[in-house]
Design a protein around this ligand. Structure first.
Ligand SMILES: Nc1ncnc2c1ncn2[C@@H]1O[C@H](COP(=O)(O)OP(=O)(O)OP(=O)(O)O)[C@@H](O)[C@H]1O
Length: 260
């Protein structure tokens, strides 16, 4: 479990270097995107629909290749260094909660018996250890998302990519999961890149907000939310939070105008 270094002292983890992504039909999903991601950063990609947030995440995950430019890791990436959480929990309905969380290890060829302690630990982190033998159909939307997060964290990855994971949840569940996500990040010391449309969510969670504009998808601004962690309800109701939300809102408005 790594400790997160102070903001100014973090080592580079990976770099998106002058990346363009053009889809068939000449759709320029990303133009000249550059971003240095450092160990322990919590980065939100914030922007309107179609600005290339999911495309950027897929490129970083290695699920798609840049048209030009490069994705470079500071040290070679091993299996288990990366966890991904999508908007839908994407659980296997026929498998128990524990079997779902086991999946990344199964893909690495490890037996269940060899990793059952890690699975239980991940389920504890998301508060679902009592549900290890339940099936997805027995769980609420928020609980399913917790299982999906446990599955992404179980290998203690260096980097977790999250594509609007809480967009489909009600606001109270979303706030709770935001709080819990920060706690989990602090516990395993990972880096997070989090895609969202929500100014409020991005300010609450992140220390860096990368603002993107559409047509073509590109980075137009980066904001630093220079507020200490752990963050909780006190931060959410503070004047500092409101001030950061205002700044992020303005940057988002400029992003919309840039695309208009
Ligand atoms: N596989 C694909 N083939 C063709 N065009 C694509 C493909 N994937 C994405 N695009 C286009 O690339 C652009 C960026 O899409 P992307 O999904 O990355 O945006 P986004 O910011 O994540 O949007 P949203 O917030 O709506 O999810 C859009 O114009 C989209 O239609």
């Amino acid at each position: 479990m790594a400790q997160i270094a102070p903001f100014a002292e973090r080592d580079d983890l990976m770099r998106v270097n002058a990346v363009d992504k053009v889809f068939p039909g000449n759709v320029q999903a990303l133009r000249a995107m550059s971003l240095t991601v450092r160990e322990g950063d919590f980065i939100s990609l914030l922007g309107p629909s179609g600005c290339g947030k999911s495309t950027a995440l897929r490129l970083i995950a290695g699920l798609s290749e840049p048209t030009t430019g490069r994705i470079e890791w500071a040290t070679p990436r091993a299996q288990g260094d990366l966890g991904v959480v999508f908007q839908e929990p994407t659980l296997m309905p026929w498998a128990t909660v524990a079997q779902n969380v086991y999946l990344p290890f199964r893909l690495e060829g490890k037996s269940y018996a060899a990793v059952k302690d890690e699975i239980l630990e991940a389920l504890k982190l998301v508060g679902l250890e009592k549900f290890q033998n339940a099936y997805p159909r027995e769980l609420s939307g928020g609980m399913k998302m917790r299982v999906s997060i446990a599955r992404a964290m179980v290998t203690q990855p260096k980097l977790i990519l999250m594509d609007e994971p809480f967009a489909a949840l009600d606001e109270i569940t979303r706030f709770k999961l935001n709080n819990d996500l920060l706690e989990m990040q602090a516990r395993i010391g990972c880096t997070v890149i989090f895609v969202t449309h929500s100014v409020f969510e991005s300010v609450f969670l992140s220390d860096r907000i990368v603002v993107m504009a559409a047509r073509p998808g590109r980075v137009i601004d980066e904001l630093h939310v220079d507020e200490p962690y752990p963050r909780g309800e006190m931060f959410r109701t503070s004047s500092e939070y409101v001030a950061h939300c205002r700044a992020a809102s303005q940057a988002l408005e400029q992003a919309m105008e840039a695309a208009a």
